[in-house]
Design a binder for this molecule. Structure first.
Ligand SMILES: *Cc1c(COP(=O)(O)O)cnc(C)c1O
Length: 398
């Protein structure tokens, strides 16, 4: 079958909840993907940062295959010999006392919301049913009914109510607004250190540090959603490190498995995750041995290949090159690490389609922003290769 035949099948039998570029990928290695017609592309999206380690990384693949041959799922009714190793590795790598594994990012966000609420009632002493979790405007935390309850994107909510109450919204980047929104019933402030889906929006200098201080002052938990920004994407292990803070809870996912399998987790202290008692929360697949083995391998690759450092250095290089393009259509080039928002004064989709013809896959976010976020294993030469094509496309449009 060729591209058009696959697309016809998908359009006919699949729900249309996405609008993908018309490229049908058959194979991928590292930063390169190949479609069913044999065309090769440089992947500049990296599955929204789930393949930071590069596609089909051999070391992760090896762990995946070996574990698939032994045992894949025990359920948490029994213990398995891989999950304890993941707990230990997450602790050693991040310094957080405990973690709780889930599958998708949205499930981990739900887990953090439940932990924060329970902590609010059992530890902070908020009256039953009154706990609030403050969220930021333009956030993206996933797609469950509760999570879209605190989205400010009309489309994410349209037709999905009634919504879960208890999530006041403050403007992202506005410290005064956060201060004003905190009450004695505030359990937590949930925030992305850099907003990915909103278009790689970096908040004002010191925002997170100040937010952390205010949260501490008011006995409010600071929850950082690092599902996209974390595990090296921003040029640090976690984007919150730029502000020199330590959140009370951190949510990770995506690159935690290097793209092999859905694995997510919440990292926190004993005081916070200790609120869960047996039976309070769970997931059939959460913490399964295949997921744990894959996550350990994915984290090991991150460390051994120094992908965090690579992201920092090569991200700076890529951004500098992109900033050198002189075009009236470029409004801003922003971001951190290999996580770059290329802001145009016009719709980004046609640029993405032209870039595809040039052999670069990327995706527009919010109409006028192109996100450049290749796997962190990309080389300087590959960045130069991409840059020449991006420049050509940008200069070709008027
Ligand atoms: C992708 C993402 C999520 C949701 O993760 P899923 O695995 O798609 O459920 C949540 N928060 C952020 C910041 C994300 O980028």
């Amino acid at each position: 079958m060729n591209t058009n035949e696959y697309i016809a099948l998908e359009e006919r039998y699949g729900a249309h909840n996405y609008h993908p570029l018309d490229v049908v990928i058959r194979e991928a290695r590292g930063v390169w993907v190949t479609d069913v017609d044999g065309n090769r592309y440089l992947d500049c999206l990296a599955a929204y940062s789930a393949v930071n380690q590069g596609h089909c990384h051999p070391a992760i693949r090896k762990a995946f295959m070996a574990q698939a041959d032994r045992v894949t799922l025990t359920s948490r009714a029994f213990r398995n010999d891989q999950l304890p190793l993941l707990y230990k590795m997450l602790h050693d790598l991040t310094g957080f006392e405990m973690s709780l594994p889930m599958n998708s990012g949205a499930e981990a966000v739900e887990t953090a919301v439940k932990a924060a609420r329970k902590w609010g009632y059992k530890v902070k002493g908020i009256p039953e049913g009154k706990a609030e979790i403050i969220c930021a405007s333009d956030n993206f935390h996933g797609r469950t009914t509760t999570i879209v309850s605190f989205s400010t994107d009309a489309q994410y909510r349209d037709g999905f109510g009634p919504f879960t109450p208890g999530f006041p919204i403050v403007k992202y980047g506005d410290i005064a607004a956060l201060k004003a929104a905190i009450t004695t019933n505030t359990a937590a402030f949930l925030v992305e250190p850099i907003q990915g889906e909103a278009g790689i929006v970096v908040p004002p200098e010191g925002y997170l540090a100040e937010a952390a201080r205010i949260c501490k002052e008011n006995n409010v938990l600071l929850i950082c959603d690092e599902i996209q920004s974390g595990l090296g994407r921003s040029g640090k292990m976690f984007a919150f490190e730029y502000d020199g803070i330590r959140p009370d809870m951190v949510i990770i996912g995506k690159a935690l498995s290097g793209g092999f399998y859905p694995v997510s987790a919440v990292l926190a202290s004993k005081e916070v995750l200790g609120v869960f008692r047996p039976g309070d929360h769970g997931s059939t697949f959460g913490g399964n041995p295949l997921a744990a083995a894959v996550a350990c391998a994915a984290l090991t690759v991150l460390k051994e290949e120094k992908l965090v450092e690579r992201s920092f250095e090569l991200g700076g290089y890529f951004m500098e090159r992109l900033r050198s393009i002189e075009s009236p259509h470029i409004v801003q080039v922003r971001g951190r690490g290999l996580w770059i928002g290329f802001v145009l004064d016009t719709k980004a989709r046609p640029y993405c389609e032209l870039l595809m013809k040039e052999g670069i896959l990327c995706k527009e976010t919010h109409e006028n922003v192109i996100r450049f976020a290749p796997p962190l294993v990309i080389t300087k030469e590959e960045i130069d290769w991409a840059f020449e094509r991006i420049r050509k496309v940008v200069l070709s449009l008027d």
